[in-house]
Design a protein around this ligand. Sequence first.
Ligand code: ATP
Ligand code: MG
Length: 417
Amino acid sequence: MPTLETATHPQNAERPAVVGEPCVLLKLGEIVLKGKNRELFERRLQNNIRAAVKGLGIKINIWQREGVIVVRTESGELADVDAVARRLTDVMGIVWVHRAWRVAKDVDATVQAALDLVAQHPALARKGAFAIRARRRDKRFPITSSDLNALVGAKVKERYDLPVNLKHPDLAVFIEVDQREVFVFTDGMPGAGGLPVGMSGRALVLMSGGIDSPVAAYRMMRRGLRVDFLHFSGMPFTGPESIYKAYALVRELDKFQGGSRLFVSAFGKAQQQIKSSGADRLQIIAQRRLMLKTAEVVAHDLGGAALITGDSLGQVSSQTMQNITALDDAVDLPILRPLIGMDKTEIMAEARKIHTLSISELPDEDCCTVLTPRRAETRAKIDDLRQIEKRLDAGELAEQLAAGLQEHRPSYGDPTT
Ligand code: ATP
Ligand code: MG
């Protein structure tokens, strides 16, 4: 059993020392509910935590406790613990990230830590109201939660003369009595939520340089899918700008899963061929079908069980109900469209939150706009599309495109250039 370090940590001007060891306490969401699969999920999450922290160069230990995960740094330095806590707000499957103090399992140590945390809280100067929120995960602990609330609350009141407000405190001190120690902490940071990446399997994102597809990727990673990315550029008839954007977007999204792969297809010549085969008003939808067919070949090679797109119903002419039906017809794999019912403003707000919006808004020459017909078809007929694809030999073309991809590894840790 690890012994608790009770030495006082180095004094910090803004943060007076607390007796105990600083650590990160993670509250898990749905993972708690998963019954017998829970252990597998927890192991997956622990691996993801380790992978996320690796880039920081900080050595950590992870302890799984009932419903919570404790992450300790080997150094025990506050700065390291803070950096780890911030990094873990991007790891899917975690609902709250708390910077907590582990203290010995006795009342005096708990009271002392609570007093220290109040002392360093900004609400103290304002004489804000406080609340103590104690709970026991170890019911054998001799003092009940309500007694602990009363006892610690009285000490805080006596020392700092703050008013109590149990409903809407300016400052809440949480005390959690665990099997081996007590955790004491104040505010936390909201975690990414969702399920650990990888838990739901693997899928392939069709990644344009636009606003929607990165948000779609984020949403599906958040539901536990590990994703690879496939981008179609208009090269050789466009410049490489859209590829730079896709690269930058994947690098940003990589912070949620690590190890991301971006595959790039030079799609310009295939677009020309579609045009030559007389697609006319069906040009865009025929292109999208060929993208999906190519993606299906790629997904098959990578072990992906679904395709993901940023389609949102009615947003553009290729996203009418008829056209979406015509797209689904192009492939056997399920196409996941997490943004289907979202408004553009909602999608943009989410893109801003995950820091992809500013990249998506950079100018580029989207491959789809190069050969856009003057009037795009909003009610594509599947038979017409199949006719075009027959003339093209679309199946063979998709195989060729899939065989000619460039692979990149945009990594969140890499410097932005
Ligand atoms: P986005 O903002 O994601 O580009 P959009 O509103 O521009 O979407 P479309 O251009 O019709 O809509 O594309 C719909 C979806 O098709 C995209 O979200 C993406 O998944 C896929 N897609 C479109 N263009 C490309 C491309 N060049 N490479 C890869 N996928 C693409
Ligand atoms: Mg687009």
